[in-house]
Write a protein that binds this ligand. Structure first.
Ligand code: PMP
Length: 308
């Protein structure tokens, strides 16, 4: 997906011109994947742009850093301010937000500990990740031949740049096969997640999602959907799923910052439920988008307003 360029990027404490936000070709992170990052969205509300779950995203970024012995040279308060500043500097109403902290230039070799930690936050407009159409019609997905990496190879609690190589293999295999997205099993054959999304099934009115121990990222949208569904009166269970649980589900959907709530209409060429967005998925999307727009006061503290 081509990036829509805007004016400024926040980089190491300053707002720099978009094309000046550069790194050296010998940056450690480029060679060894030693970076941690987040994907966040800001939504348009009646009170201007508001960042969805900014606190939780930054907490996860600090947690990802700590797993890799990477201390971020900015506090959470500073990164909250930086996020607001870069949104304001680009006059965005709504946008995708990409903070990244990575081992920079100055050291080579696998040991990253002496390399500097660079931090940047970029924003740009980004629509529906799997296409506007998919939000209603649903995505066509394929179980990948690539497995989700084991917790003791690459911990799924860290959202780290290097960890996405597995997602890349799975995504490219799916796209080249004519599908929209991949679902990865773990090494025990349990459903883990999509290449950049968590997964839910609706089984006779109950929502089921795999526990993060299968190797799925603890998605912030996943948590929000669990809370919204519970408040709507649904039972939500975390339990292991195998591929046939997807084939036979009433509804299946992805959750993620980029994908938001995207229905899945086909898995491995088998039609799921009615073959497009089901009623539970629709109800959850409506609740989700009402909350992101600031229209539901119950979830007011999930939003950080840029102009407070
Ligand atoms: N799993 C993976 C592998 C992801 O990259 C993402 C996107 N960050 C998710 C799940 C969904 O997480 P979130 O809802 O926090 O965006």
């Amino acid at each position: 997906m081509p990036i829509t360029e805007v004016d400024k990027i926040w980089m190491n404490g300053e707002l720099v011109d978009w094309h000046e936000a550069k790194v050296h070709v010998l940056s450690h992170g480029l060679h060894y994947g030693s970076g941690v990052f987040e994907g966040i969205r800001a939504y348009a509300t009646a009170r201007g742009p508001a960042v969805w779950h900014l606190d939780a995203h930054l907490d996860r970024m600090f947690a990802s850093g700590s797993i890799y012995h990477m201390e971020l040279p900015y506090s959470k308060t500073e990164l909250i301010q930086a996020t607001k500043d870069v949104i304001r500097a680009n006059a965005m109403d709504s946008c995708y937000i990409r903070p990244i902290a990575f081992r920079g230039y100055g050291e080579m070799g696998v040991n990253p500990l002496a390399a500097p930690v660079d931090v940047a936050i970029a924003v740009w407009p980004w629509g529906a990740y799997l296409g506007e159409d998919a939000l209603e019609q649903g995505a066509r997905v394929k179980i990948s031949s690539w497995k989700r990496h084991d917790q003791n190879s690459l911990p799924s609690a860290a959202k780290a740049t290097g960890g996405y190589l597995g997602s890349i293999l799975a995504k490219v295999e799916a796209v080249k096969g004519g599908y929209d997205e991949a679902i990865l099993l773990n090494h025990e054959g349990r459903i883990a997640e999509g290449s950049g999304e968590n997964i839910f099934v609706v089984d006779r009115g109950t929502l089921v999602t795999p526990p993060t121990s299968v190797g799925a990222l603890a998605g912030i949208t996943r948590n929000a959907v669990i809370a919204l569904a519970t408040d709507l009166g649904y039972e939500v269970i975390e339990r292991d799923l195998v591929r046939t649980d997807l084939y036979l589900a009433d509804e299946v959907f992805f959750t993620g910052t980029a994908a938001e709530i995207t229905p899945i209409r086909e898995v491995d060429d088998r039609t799921i439920g009615v073959g497009h967005r089901g009623p539970v998925t629709k109800e959850l999307q409506d609740a989700f988008f009402a909350a992101t727009k600031g229209d539901d006061p119950r979830y007011a503290d999930w939003l950080t307003y840029v102009d407070d």
